[in-house]
Design a protein around this ligand. Structure first.
Ligand SMILES: C[S@@+](CC[C@H](N)C(=O)[O-])C[C@H]1O[C@@H](n2cnc3c(N)ncnc32)[C@H](O)[C@@H]1O
Length: 389
């Protein structure tokens, strides 16, 4: 596909997303119908779509319209390119700009346009992050890094780097966590690489790895991941030391790949039903990696930034508080309750912990830590709570 044809495809998909369709669904439907598109074309169209969604407001200002076409005109202007060189109407390229389109568009000025956030979130970011709000919002306008976790029970970082390199994947260590690697080149080969297939590396964000490293658990601990989903967090813990590992999720289907992932990683994780989490209690450590807005990860899922509403956020904070109280009953005396989100919003982080502590005075907050949205990882929050012995 020519650069113009890729932009035309992105315009079509963006129009569907602006109409309310999930971006992944629109991309998949387009790819199914576009047999002529090779893997590089599909990746390029995807990049266009995701970048336009990250920068929806600023690109709409620059392009003069909040439409697929306006966004792609804005994207080109943002890069310093002249849209007329791409909107040629030749082959499958989009039709040439009209005179009105050529003169429309202006630099983003309001906070929301400049920071690419809905107005209500400009306020929420400011209240949560103070001076760090602007860098956080601007960081969400760029692509996320691709990071791997080295399974330290099987390989060290140098060995993993060497193995990846044999499969054409260039990676280097990251300081954020002792297990973290950043991938510079060859990311699309990861799933087929020997290091991945044999369980020596997993895709995992750097901040999540750092948070799992910060948790205190005795050797041989009984550990429950209460909101396990695909199991990324419990697998990171199981790679650290010996222990007995349990996973639970309110939607057990989300754990369907976990047994195979655990086998690949050389560990055993028992997936439990809700009654069985109670039967197996108490645990030395219960991790609650709760459902959240994902505001720290919106580089990866930029639609979510525009779809979140204050009502949905309030629902989430209610659910987070309920999960934390439920999970607290499963911790043994002297044990740890760890609460994590991939959000930068205080209402999902420190405020939930403050409310929990106000209702459960005997618990101690040993520490909490926030990781910013950075070149090393996503925005992430951890609170480390201790039950009295
Ligand atoms: C942030 S995701 C977990 C991601 C996972 N820990 C990982 O590292 O891949 C949150 C999970 O919580 C689950 N969940 C939602 N409500 C829950 C509840 N009341 N109790 C337990 N899990 C719940 C969701 O199904 C979802 O899989």
């Amino acid at each position: 596909m020519t650069p113009g044809a890729r932009v035309a495809a992105a315009i079509e998909i963006l129009d569907q997303v602006l109409d309310g369709q999930p971006a992944e669904q629109s991309l998949t439907r387009w790819a199914r119908g576009a047999r002529y598109a090779g893997s590089k074309d599909r990746a390029a169209v995807r990049d266009h779509v995701f970048q336009a969604l990250r920068c929806l407001r600023s690109f709409a200002c620059l392009g003069g319209a909040r439409t697929g076409r306006g966004l792609m005109i804005g994207a080109l202007r943002d890069e310093g390119a002249d849209p007329d060189t791409v909107f040629t109407g030749e082959g499958h390229a989009p039709t040439p700009l009209s005179d009105a389109e050529r003169t429309a568009g202006s630099a983003p000025e309001s906070e929301g346009d400049r920071l690419d956030l809905p107005d209500w979130l400009v306020t929420a970011f400011g209240a949560s992050l103070g001076e760090a709000a602007e860098p956080a919002a601007l960081a969400l306008r760029a692509r996320a890094p691709i990071t791997l976790r080295v399974n330290q029970s099987l390989k060290n970082r140098s060995q993993a780097i060497a193995m990846l390199s044999e499969d054409g994947i260039q990676a280097t260590p990251l300081d954020i966590a002792s297990t973290a690697l950043i991938v510079h080149d060859g990311a699309r080969r990861i799933n087929g690489s020997t290091a991945y297939r044999d369980g020596f590396v997993e895709l995992q964000d750097g901040s999540s790895q750092a948070a799992m490293e910060a948790l205190d658990m005795p050797d041989g601990a009984r550990v429950l991941d209460y909101c396990a989903g695909g199991g990324g967090k419990i697998l990171a813990l199981a790679a650290r030391q010996s222990g007995t590992w349990f996973a639970h999720d309110a939607d057990p289907r989300r754990m369907k790949d976990l047994p195979a992932r655990a086998e690949r990683a050389g560990c055993t994780v028992s997936c439990l039903s809700t009654p069985d989490t109670v039967a197996q209690a108490p645990y030395h450590l219960v991790l609650c990696d709760v459902p959240c807005s994902g505001s720290g990860t919106w580089r990866r899922a930029p639609e979510a930034k525009w779809r979140l509403t204050p009502e949905r956020l309030a629902e989430l904070t209610g659910l987070q508080a309920a999960i934390l109280s439920e999970a607290a009953t499963l911790v043994r005396p002297g044990g740890v309750l760890a609460y994590t989100t991939c959000s930068v919003l205080a209402c999902e982080n420190a405020d939930v912990i403050a409310e929990f502590l106000s209702n459960s005075e005997c618990w101690t907050l040993e520490f909490d830590r926030s990781w910013p949205i950075s070149d090393d990882g996503d925005g992430f929050y951890l609170a480390h709570l201790r039950k009295p012995a």
